[in-house]
Design a protein around this ligand. Structure first.
Ligand code: P6P
Length: 338
């Protein structure tokens, strides 16, 4: 029997049928994000040619100045969602404050938080990069959305997803009803269902972390890493393979499909003020939501990422994400050794 061809549009529509009270706004919002992803994917695939084709500093076909890819991605997502009346407010890694809906345009019941192009420093090395997004229901009742509508814990997400711009462009999303992956067929401009109902494999293969930072890790994280490598005599285990790209979406995506753990622990360069690098609201939170709906787990080393209520938009956090048993082991090492 030939494989059924299911576009992301059809899949989202079928997902909506599971919610009788759905009004279609949520479905249209997910469509809009998929469309923005196709536009960003097109520009990303040309990124390497900007210098060669002399595009930098010139204007593109829309008459817009050729801009940095992360600025372009940010503008694309904002423009795609400014005027539709589906959102009350947005928050982006690229913007210092909340992004209000322009005066004179209707506000809606959803909130979009996003990192438009994470890992963009890897573009020149042609490594995979990604967009991460989360969709909340607004908390305020009406009128312009506020920062309060954005500062919600990951557990309150209505949907989360990411797009990975790599050897192929993939969009992975969940509305809490399974995690589903779609691969872009650029010849027709459609995301086609390629990974239905993703579950993190029970047997992990990889661990992903920047061991160049080991000097600034806590004792517990160092011991946890030795355990992953099969070098803990007290708790012997089969060594995992090390894989690290330095692009969160790419590292997370591999562990989601193959099984493993990604971690970016606290940095104790200043022992009195340990710091996380990754952002809670639009990086760790949406990926934690996806991980949990694929049978995995995400923690800051002490508690579930999904239970942390952000105090500020750009709050940073430590992140351990992937197979639940590996993440929980990290928590145990940190509880015992700090
Ligand atoms: P490091 C990319 O700059 C990023 O924000 C994430 O995509 C990635 O996981 C992390 O930083 C890599 O950081 O310190 O290992 O280069």
């Amino acid at each position: 029997m030939p494989e059924e061809i299911i576009t992301i549009e059809r899949h989202i529509l079928e997902q909506e049928r599971a919610y009788p009270e759905a009004t279609g706004v949520f479905t249209s919002l997910l469509y809009d994000i998929a469309l923005a992803a196709k536009i960003i994917a097109r520009e990303t695939s040309r990124a390497g040619l900007v210098q060669i084709l002399g595009l930098a500093g010139k204007t593109n076909i829309q008459g817009e100045a050729q801009m940095k890819l992360d600025v372009f991605a940010n503008q694309t997502i904002i423009r795609m969602n400014f005027y539709t009346g589906r959102l009350a407010v947005m928050a982006s890694e690229e913007e210092p404050d909340i992004i209000p809906i322009p005066e004179g345009y209707p506000t809606g019941r959803y909130v979009l938080v996003f990192d438009p192009l994470d890992g963009s420093s890897n573009i020149d090395a042609n490594a995979s990069i990604g967009t991460i997004f989360g969709i909340y229901r607004r908390r305020t009742s009406a009128g312009p959305g506020t920062v309060e509508d954005c500062l919600q814990p990951g557990r309150a997400l209505a949907a989360a997803g990411y797009i990975i711009y790599g050897s192929s462009t993939m969009m992975v999303y969940t509305t809490g009803n399974g995690v589903h992956g779609f691969t872009l067929d650029p010849s027709v401009g459609e995301f086609l269902l390629s990974y239905p109902n993703i579950r993190i494999p029970a047997e992990p293969k990889y661990y992903s972390t920047n061991q160049g930072n080991e000097k600034y890790w806590s004792e517990g994280v160092r011991r946890f890493t030795r355990w992953l490598q099969g070098m803990d005599e007290e708790n012997p285990r089969k060594p995992l393979s090390g894989r690290y790209i330095g692009s969160l979406v790419a590292d997370f995506h591999r562990n989601l499909l193959e099984g493993g753990i990604f971690y970016y622990p606290l940095d104790y360069k200043d022992p009195s003020n340990p710091k996380g690098k990754l952002r809670l609201l639009y990086e760790a939170g949406p990926l934690a939501f996806i991980a949990e709906h694929a049978g995995g787990y995400a923690s800051d080393g002490q508690r579930s990422i999904l239970d942390i209520v952000p105090d500020i938009l750009h709050q940073r956090t430590a992140l351990f994400i992937g197979n639940r048993d590996l993440v929980e082991m990290a928590e145990r090492f940190i509880a015992r050794y700090g």
